[in-house]
Design a protein around this ligand. Structure first.
Ligand code: ASP
Length: 466
């Protein structure tokens, strides 16, 4: 007998088939039992007649049904269901696996359920229609991007997870080295240095669906690990990066979420100074009708300040990261008036969210050295932290530029979700815990010994709400 998915039942009228899935609902009417069977493709009505030998069925049991697909009578057509014109008359029902009572209902939208509970049983939450739809949308977006960039001549390259620091402005996760006592790797905040080194390596057009890690304090919608569409191109400037990303985004939205409309194309372009003056923010929300769930107002904000004063230390920090090129016309102010130097950098803003930053990069070793110095770094520190970048730039580095749109955020906006956790399969809580597996967790003393680590007991912070 042919095994089919639920959605394939539409094309199998008159055939004897096997379908497998979960019992979404079960209605025992005495003479007859109706089961809505669910698999990854949808719901299908199964009719079990009372005179048939059938096991007891409960909600979320996993079952295998044999039977014949038949057309429903005119009166019984369910227009809300993709398989609403057909049903299966069961000839055999087998329980493959039973289900305990669910900790929460998954038949309805789970958005209102306590999130800690949803995350503890994420595998159940993922069975709900909205969550499954969000993961499918995520897949479609990423597939579109991969295909689009491949056709544009990009190649996807994986960069290391075990790294030396990348200065993107956030704290880094440390990974102790067992083989090199007292030394640590850090997890990448972004593949920034490696993508630039790939340009020095002659790759030309690189992208990566890149997992990135930032050990930040609980702040709204941040996640300790998130996904960026990291990209870099050689022999281009700002114009080419913006043009490529704009064209890709317009096509992606038309193809993957055709119900959406973009307020204005080409995307408006504002300088940082204009945005601050006109809207008082560098992430203006330019929607015409904020009540329209399908409106997407996308704009570019360009020419950010190169540096900013750190409010705590009073020192000068890179506003984006120190590999960003200063604007040529501001180069003479690099030492004398750094806070008035503008950068060749750009942000992509969508409905008031910063979707991406990017910049033209420095590719001359001397200029890179000057920028590190402007940041107050001594020669020895520059050498220790970034000597490898300066050295690489001495061997024929092409001019290059790139950016890194946040994939989670893009999908969040396209799915009209209120936060990025709704579009990630297994997100952490706001305070970076995984209620499902219990991470982070203590490890055995022997594992600490091997990693040459001694822990200092501290009071365990109270579990904070999500
Ligand atoms: N690496 C940067 C970031 O993560 C993006 C870029 O400059 O391409 O923000």
């Amino acid at each position: 007998m042919k095994a089919i998915t639920v959605i394939e039942s539409n094309k199998a009228v008159g055939q004897k088939v096997v379908v497998r899935g979960w019992v979404h609902t079960v209605r025992d009417m005495g003479k007859i039992t109706f089961v809505d069977l669910r698999d990854q493709t949808g719901l299908l009505q199964v009719v079990i007649s009372g005179d048939m030998e059938a096991p007891r069925l409960g909600v979320e049991y996993v079952v295998e049904i044999e039977g014949e697909v038949r057309k429903r009578g005119e009166r019984f057509i369910n227009h809300k269901l993709a398989t609403g014109e057909v049903e299966i008359g069961a000839t055999s029902v087998k329980v493959l696996s039973e289900s305990a009572e669910l900790p929460f209902e998954i038949k309805n939208d789970t958005i209102g359920i306590n999130e800690e509970l949803r995350l503890k049983h994420r595998y159940l939450d993922l069975r709900s229609e909205r969550m499954a739809k969000n993961l499918r949308l995520r897949h479609s977006v990423i597939k579109f991007i991969r295909d689009y960039l491949d056709a544009e001549g990009f190649i996807e390259v994986e960069t290391p997870m075990l790294n030396k620091g990348t200065p993107e402005g956030a704290r880094e996760f440390l990974v102790p080295s067992r083989l090199h006592a007292e030394e640590f790797y850090v997890l990448p905040q972004s593949p920034q240095q490696f993508k630039q080194l790939l340009m020095v390596g002659g790759i030309g057009k690189y992208f990566q669906i890149a997992r990135s890690f930032r050990d930040e304090d609980q702040r709204g919608d941040r996640q300790p690990e998130f996904t960026q569409l990291d990209m870099e191109m050689s022999f281009v400037g700002q114009e080419e990066v913006l043009a490529l990303n704009e064209a890709m985004l317009v096509e992606l939205i038309a193809k993957v979420t055709p119900e959406k409309h973009i307020t204005s194309t080409p995307f408006p372009r504002l300088t940082y100074a204009e945005a601050m003056e006109k809207y008082g923010t560098d992430k203006p929300d330019l929607r015409k009708d904020k009540a329209d769930p399908n409106e997407l107002a996308i704009c570019w904000v360009v020419d950010f300040p190169m540096f900013e004063k750190n409010k705590t230390t009073g020192k000068i920090d890179a506003a984006h990261h120190p590999f960003t090129a200063p604007k040529v016309e501001d180069l003479d102010k690099l030492e004398s008036d750094p806070l008035n130097v503008r950068a060749d950098s750009y942000d992509l803003v969508i409905n008031g969210f910063e979707l991406s930053s990017g910049s033209v990069r420095i590719h001359e070793p001397e200029l890179q050295q000057r920028v590190f110095k402007a940041l107050g770094m001594k020669d020895s520190e520059i050498e220790a932290k970034f000597g490898h970048m300066i050295e690489a730039f001495k061997f024929g580095a092409p001019p290059h530029a790139g950016m890194a749109p946040g994939i989670d955020r893009l999908i969040m906006v396209l799915a009209n979700e209120p936060n990025i956790r709704e579009v990630m399969a297994f997100p952490k809580t706001g305070d970076a815990r995984d209620p499902l597996t219990g991470a982070p967790a203590r490890v055995a003393d022997s594992a600490l010994d091997e990693a040459h680590i001694k822990t200092v007991p501290t009071k365990k912070p109270k579990v904070k709400p999500i």
